[in-house]
Design a protein around this ligand. Structure first.
Ligand code: SAM
Length: 347
């Protein structure tokens, strides 16, 4: 009963099983491709965070096995705007992306698909697998090795951390995965290559997309209909890799062991130095030095209260309790909503 209810609640989950996809995510890549044609004529591709492998399946079937995968409209029987004539002519079985069933398999030996994940993945035709962490420089190097000097035309990344439920934390971890994926993309992509990666929608996404625009000629944020509205995921679709002349991708590698990197050798666009300037007289007072209370040549020292203490400091409740009862109980919430002026606690 439990199993059937998931099939009922999630049409893409059900259809993925019916069509032979390892995960419902396959439809996301197919729908992105339907809109942006990122798979057209592609021979070399990297699939980051690939397990259990439905995106790799799409790549394998479409590029390596040369299958035609149709993406037909989803006939939604629950939609009141559904046209009855359309219903008569549509084939509900073929309503969403369908994996073609060609008997004549055409293996395209020119196609190279490299898939990476922390988890092991069951094999797929034409897919080279690497088990590794995409935020590690060693993984980036291993991927590059597989391309034997050639560049990839496409890098995709559907990576997601185990969500904590703390939005800021999840967005941060996701952004580190994106940075890892972008670093790999910048190392393996050929000029005019494309990059697709999962992001979590957050208020700073505009900064992110503008930064990506410095490396790619066009950037879109796409939300496939197979991705639940309730999910904060979306995908950046970055087309036409065109970094600034002389760009060194290791510059965007936060996880690279910087102690091994000779920054003084960087030049051109990779060596933007922000001036670090000192303000004030360096021969006058120093903020890290302890000085005697009586300074030479100054009038006699006397203590003065701060000009304006904080008017509602976070420690006011504690101070009030301490002054009035002499003891603090963690369970006592009676004063929780009160804020006291700090002046009440003057010595
Ligand atoms: N695209 C996949 C598919 O179609 O089957 C689904 C990917 S799943 C949503 C997210 C994957 O990201 C998980 O398999 C997880 O192991 C992987 N992942 C998370 N962090 C990673 C990292 N640092 N390096 C490599 N893989 C990572």
């Amino acid at each position: 009963m439990g199993k059937v209810s998931k099939d009922k609640r999630d049409i893409f989950y059900r259809k993925a099983k019916e069509e032979g996809w390892r995960a419902r995510s396959a439809f996301k890549l197919l729908q992105i491709d339907e809109k942006f044609h990122i798979l057209d004529g592609v021979k070399r591709v990297v699939d980051l965070c690939a397990a259990p492998g439905s995106w790799s399946q799409v790549l394998s079937r479409k590029l390596y096995l040369g299958e035609r995968i149709e993406t037909l409209r989803l006939h939604n029987p629950l939609s009141s705007s559904c046209n009855k004539d359309d219903l008569a002519s549509s084939n509900p079985e073929a309503a969403i992306p369908v994996a073609g069933n060609s008997n004549e398999k055409k293996f395209n030996e020119e196609v190279k698909i490299v898939a990476v994940d922390l988890q092991p993945m069951a094999p797929l035709p034409g897919v080279i697998q690497i088990q590794g962490d995409i935020t590690k420089y060693s993984t980036a190097q291993e991927i590059i090795k597989h391309f034997e000097g050639l560049k990839a035309e496409l890098v995709v990344c559907d990576g997601a951390p185990d969500v904590t439920g703390l939005h800021c934390m999840d967005v941060y971890i996701q952004s580190q995965l994106l940075l890892g994926a972008l670093h790999i993309a910048c190392n393996v992509l050929q000029k005019r290559g494309n990059f697709v990666a999962k992001i979590f929608r957050a208020k700073d996404n505009d900064i992110l997309t503008n930064q990506l625009l410095m490396l790619f000629e066009s950037v879109h944020v796409a939300k496939p209909t197979s991705s639940r509205n309730s999910s904060i995921e979306a995908f950046v679709v970055c087309q036409n890799y065109n970094p600034p002349e002389g760009f060194d991708p290791t510059c965007i590698t936060p996880f690279l062991d910087v102690s091994n990197k000779n920054f003084s050798k960087l030049s051109g666009v990779n060596r933007i130095i922000i001036p670090f300037v000192v303000c004030g007289d360096v021969s006058a007072f120093d903020s890290d030095t302890t000085y005697p209370l009586q300074l030479e040549g100054e009038e006699k020292y006397q203590y003065r209260e701060p000009v304006q203490p904080p008017i509602a400091p976070p420690y006011s409740l504690f101070m009030h309790k301490k002054l009035t009862t002499g003891k603090i109980s963690q369970d006592d919430k009676s004063l929780e909503n009160d804020l006291y002026h700090v002046a009440d606690y003057k010595r």
